[in-house]
Design a protein around this ligand. Structure first.
Ligand code: ATP
Ligand code: MG
Length: 503
C-alpha cells in the first residue's frame, strides 16, 4: 500500500521541527486493510500556531485545533490535508459535541477518544524513513509503504481488523452516550468493511438508538450515503433495522417490516426492499438506482388492500414517490438528488410487454420519465425483479425495451428536438417572450410525439398559427395533454387512498 509523498513530507517536516506526528484514524485502518484511504488525517503534539509556523500555507478556522494544510498538486488542483493536535475530549452534555476540547501531549490519550478500536491506531514514520530529501513533487512513489512506519495500537485494533470486528474503544455504553453519531458510524463501517459488530458494542447500539434523534440530519445523511454506496448496503440496512436505528432514520422503510405481499413475491416488503438494494450494489449500479431500489416500495404498506396471495397495492408508486420526497427532504439531500430518486420511484411500475406496447407509448414513457433517466429506470427494474425472489423472464423484455428506447430516442421527445424553437414562435406569431411560447411548443411536441413525421418545419410554422387562434385554456390543455392527462387520471383513482393516509 502506497502513501503519497506529500503526506509523508508533512509528517517529516513536523518531525524535523521537533514534534511528534502520526497518520491516524480511518487512513491507518484502510492502509492496514489494503484499502484506498478516503482522506488522510494527521495528528501531532504541536499546537495550532506551531503547526502554522511549520506550514505557512495553511488555514486554521475551527474550534478543534485543526489546521488545514494546502497542498498544490497543480495550477488548478489543491488539496487540504488536516493536521490536528492530540486532543482529549471531556464531557458531552448534548450527546453531540464535547463541552470542551483539551489538547494533550500524549498520542494514547488522543487514540482513547476515538470511536472504534480499528479507528484508534496511529502510524509514525520510522527514524530511517524520515529523510524527505528534495521530494517537492506530490506524486506517489513506490518507496512509501507501511513498512516505513511504526504502529501505535493501544486498543488492539489490528487484532480486531484481523477478526473483522467493530468494537467500541473503552466502555461501549459510555461511548455511544457521548456521541450518538457513533451509532450510525458503527453500522456504516460494518457495511463498508464487511465486519461484524462485537456483541457488547451491539447491545449498546440498541440501547442508545433513540438518542440518534439528537443528531443533525445532515450528519446522519452523510453516514447513510456511505452505507448505501458501500459494498454491502443490504447488510447495513438490515443491521440498522435489527438495532433499532432504521425506525428513527428511515421510518418509511421500517414500515415495510413484516408486511406480506402477494403471489408475485416471496419476500415481505422490507425484505424485498433490501434485497433489491443488494442486487443494485451487486450489479454496481449508481447511487440513484441504489436509493430507488431501497425506497421504490415504501408506499406499499399504506396502499395495501386485501390479504394473502391476492393482496394489491394500487397506486403505491404515487404514495411512495411522495413519501420518498419527504424522507429525502428531511435528511437534507440536495434537490436534484431528490428529484431523480422521486422520478425513478414514481415510474418504477411502467408497463412493458414485447409486441403489446407501441412505439408511440414508448415515446410517451421516455418523455415523461426524461431520456436522461431511462437507463437508471431499467436498472431499477432489473434489481427490483431480482429482489422479488421470483424473477420472470425479464431480461429479454428489457433488452427489447432498450432497443425500442434507442429507436425512439432519435424521434423528437423534448421541445429542444423540434424543428422550430421559441424564436420562431415569437417571430411568426409576433408575440413577446412569456408562458405562451412554451404552451405553443409543447402543444406542437404532443402532436409530434404521436407522429414523428409531423416534425417538419413548414408544417410546424403553419400549425402554430392555428394553435395561436385557440382560446388560451384550450391551448394549455393541448400543451399538457400527453404529459399530465394520464397522471391526473391515475392520481384521482388514488385520491381516496391518499386522503386516508394524509400523503
Ligand atoms: P472514512 O473512510 O469515511 O473517512 P473515517 O473512519 O476515516 O472513515 P472520518 O470522519 O474521516 O471517518 O474520521 C476520522 C477519524 O476520526 C476516525 O477514524 C475516528 O478515529 C475519528 N472519529 C470520527 N468521528 C468520530 C466520532 N464521532 N467519535 C469518535 N471518533 C471519531
Ligand atoms: Mg477518514
Amino acid at each position: 500500500m502506497k502513501i503519497p509523498d506529500y503526506i509523508k513530507n508533512i509528517l517529516g517536516e513536523l518531525e524535523k521541527a521537533g514534534y511528534e506526528a502520526y497518520l491516524v484514524g480511518g487512513c491507518v485502518r484502510d492502509l492496514l486493510m489494503d484499502r484506498i484511504p478516503f482522506d488522510w488525517d494527521i495528528t501531532t503534539n504541536a499546537q495550532p500556531d506551531e503547526i502554522q509556523k511549520v506550514f505557512p500555507d495553511s488555514v486554521y478556522e475551527n474550534d478543534f485545533g485543526t489546521v488545514g494544510i494546502k497542498i498544490r498538486h497543480s495550477e488548478s488542483e489543491t488539496e487540504i490535508v488536516e493536521v490536528t493536535p492530540f486532543r482529549k475530549e471531556e464531557s458531552y452534555s448534548d450527546k453531540r459535541h464535547p463541552d470542551k476540547v483539551t489538547f494533550t501531549s500524549n498520542i494514547e490519550d488522543d487514540l482513547a477518544r476515538r470511536d472504534f478500536t480499528i479507528n484508534a491506531m496511529a502510524m509514525g514514520l520510522k527514524l530511517e524513513a524520515r529523510s524527505t530529501k528534495s521530494k517537492t513533487n506530490s506524486n506517489v512513489q513506490n518507496s512509501n509503504t507501511i513498512s516505513d512506519f511504526n504502529l501505535v495500537d493501544p486498543f488492539e485494533g489490528q487484532k480486531d481488523i484481523e477478526s473483522k470486528i467493530i468494537r467500541a474503544v473503552g466502555e461501549p455504553e459510555k461511548r455511544f452516550g457521548e456521541d450518538a453519531l457513533r451509532l450510525m458510524r458503527a453500522v456504516r463501517l460494518a457495511a463498508q468493511l464487511g465486519f461484524e459488530i462485537e456483541p457488547q458494542t451491539q447491545s449498546a447500539v440498541k440501547k442508545h438508538a433513540p438518542s440518534l434523534k439528537m443528531i443533525a440530519h445532515e450528519r446522519i445523511r452523510d453516514e447513510l450515503v456511505k452505507l448505501v454506496a458501500s459494498a454491502d448496503p443490504e447488510k447495513g440496512i438490515i443491521l440498522m433495522q435489527e438495532l433499532g436505528l432504521l425506525k428513527i432514520v428511515l421510518p418509511e422503510v421500517e414500515e415495510g417490516v413484516n408486511v406480506a405481499q402477494n403471489k408475485h413475491h416471496i419476500y415481505n416488503v422490507f425484505e424485498h426492499s433490501v434485497k433489491s438494494l443488494g442486487f443494485a450494489a451487486k450489479y454496481n449500479f449508481n447511487v440513484y438506482v441504489r436509493w430507488a431500489s431501497l425506497l421504490h416500495d415504501v408506499g406499499k404498506p399504506r396502499s395495501k388492500e386485501g390479504s394473502g396471495p391476492e393482496a394489491s397495492f394500487h397506486g403505491h408508486e404515487f404514495i411512495g414517490a411522495k413519501m420518498v420526497t419527504r424522507a429525502l427532504e428531511r435528511l437534507k439531500f440536495p434537490k436534484d438528488f431528490i428529484e431523480k430518486v422521486y422520478t425513478l420511484v414514481r415510474y418504477h411500475m411502467f408497463y412493458y410487454n414485447v409486441g403489446e406496447v407501441t412505439e408511440r407509448s414508448v415515446r410517451r414513457l421516455v418523455r415523461k420519465v426524461g431520456p436522461e433517466n431511462m437507463a437508471e429506470l431499467l436498472e431499477l427494474r432489473q434489481s427490483e425483479r431480482k429482489g422479488s425472489g421470483v424473477p420472470k423472464a425479464e431480461p429479454y423484455k428489457l433488452r427489447h425495451l432498450k432497443y425500442m428506447i434507442d429507436k425512439v430516442s432519435r424521434d423528437p421527445l423534448t421541445v429542444g428536438m423540434l424543428k422550430v424553437n421559441g424564436n420562431d414562435v415569437m417571430q411568426t406569431l409576433g408575440i413577446e417572450p412569456g408562458p405562451k411560447v412554451g404552451y405553443i411548443l409543447n402543444a406542437l411536441l404532443e402532436e409530434v410525439i404521436d407522429e414523428p413525421a409531423r416534425n417538419d418545419r413548414e408544417r410546424l410554422l403553419a400549425r402554430m398559427k392555428e394553435l395561436n387562434r385557440l382560446p388560451l385554456s384550450e391551448l394549455i390543455k393541448l400543451a399538457e395533454a400527453g404529459r399530465e392527462k394520464l397522471e391526473d387520471e391515475k392520481e384521482k383513482e388514488n385520491e381516496s387512498i391518499k386522503k386516508k393516509f394524509y400523503v
